[in-house]
Design a protein around this ligand. Structure first.
Ligand SMILES: NC(=O)c1ccc[n+]([C@@H]2O[C@H](COP(=O)([O-])OP(=O)(O)OC[C@H]3O[C@@H](n4cnc5c(N)ncnc54)[C@H](OP(=O)(O)O)[C@@H]3O)[C@@H](O)[C@H]2O)c1
Length: 324
């Protein structure tokens, strides 16, 4: 186990683009370093280890999880694989940072939270939005809006893989068997931000645009709170040119990208605007890494973070059944 003075030695599970992005963010972070890489294929593992700056690699998850050189794992495998890998890592006494959506069902997440607590390890969802300085900026400006009445949170970006889906090819992120779909992939950023900013809604309605692979390619959710309505839209088959916004009785907040706000504009009722920028172009994964390291170093309580994940997963399930 790591101590306050030694860096967290993390093993990366998965070798796709997001794992490389994680490795780059780790290289720039304090208190953590990449120890190992796991891939189902030994050659891919060795290649990724060289690219990610890892000490070693393996095609055996048991070897990685059994290693005393590994304190923690970062899991970036397809969504349906997360639950089993998280459980195995916790059982091996490793701290876990797992990509969004953490698992497929809120019930699974609750069980894993109990297991992590019993094992004395940190379990955190890599929900970058929650730890992004842009979200902190949005939160800090909310009191300036007056009573918040409406919000529109959007994340719609056509996937470069959609053409493969149209051609009838199997693509992991569009594969229902792997927990794919636009709601799990992009909709969760909007849902998580909504729960984090406004809490759980009283009522929810939803609609989806299905694609041939059997998942939703796009969709909307409308969430009703006392005195507030939030609409969410997400898509992996089309691209929105609009940002997100939160409307209060006094002012409106316009947000360029809800998953990683960088320019946030406050527009008052008389039309005057105030532009706020997040300084320094921070790496989108830096915040979640800092939070993970801090929880491990301080023995902090991840309960509030874990509850937001659980509530978001509940809303994913409610949105799917509401749209069915
Ligand atoms: N935070 C972000 O900005 C962000 C961005 C993109 C993705 N993500 C999340 O990261 C995770 C991975 O997404 P992705 O699109 O990168 O997924 P992916 O390419 O389908 O899979 C990621 C890795 O998992 C392994 N893998 C692939 N299929 C597998 C299977 N059937 N069983 C077990 N392992 C398998 C592969 O590694 P090996 O073949 O080398 O074992 C692959 O490199 C998802 O949870 C996604 O939501 C987050």
């Amino acid at each position: 186990m790591t101590t306050d003075s030694s860096p967290v030695r993390v093993a990366v599970i998965g070798t796709s683009v997001i794992s490389g992005s994680f490795a780059a963010a780790v290289a720039a972070a304090d208190g953590i370093r990449i120890e190992a890489v796991y891939s189902r294929d030994a050659e891919r593992a060795a290649d990724a280890a060289a690219r990610f700056g890892a000490e070693w690699s393996s095609d055996s998850l048991d070897e990685v999880l059994g290693s005393p050189e590994v304190d923690a794992v970062y899991i970036a495998s397809p969504n349906s694989v997360h639950a089993e890998q998280v459980a195995a890592a916790i059982a091996a006494g490793k701290h876990v940072l797992v990509e969004k959506p953490a698992v497929l069902h809120a019930r699974e997440w609750r069980e894993l939270v109990v297991q992590a607590r019993a094992a004395g390890v940190v379990l955190l969802e890599a929900m970058r939005t929650e730890y992004d300085p842009g979200t902190a900026l949005v939160r800090s400006l909310l009191p300036r809006l007056g009573t918040v009445r409406m919000a529109s949170l959007r994340y719609a970006k056509r996937s470069s893989r959609y053409d493969q889906v149209l051609a009838g090819e199997r693509v992991n992120m569009f594969d229902p068997a792997l927990g794919g779909g636009a709601l799990a992939d992009l909709g969760v950023y909007c849902l998580h931000a909504m729960v984090s900013l406004f809490g759980m809604p009283d009522r929810l309605t939803a609609a989806v645009v299905p694609v041939a692979s059997g998942v939703e390619g796009a969709g909307t959710v409308t969430a009703a709170y006392p005195g507030l309505v939030v609409d969410l839209s997400y898509s992996k088959i089309s691209t929105s040119q609009l940002g997100s916004e939160i409307q209060g009785e006094d002012s409106t907040l316009v947000i360029d990208l809800i998953a990683a706000p960088r320019v946030v504009t406050l527009v008052a009722a008389d039309g005057t605007t105030e532009r706020h920028e997040v300084p320094g172009d921070p790496h989108p994964l830096a915040g979640e890494i800092d939070r993970f390291v801090d929880l491990i170093a301080t023995g902090g309580d991840a309960g509030a973070d874990q509850l937001l994940t659980e509530q978001t997963l509940e809303l994913v399930e409610r949105a799917r059944s509401a749209a069915a």
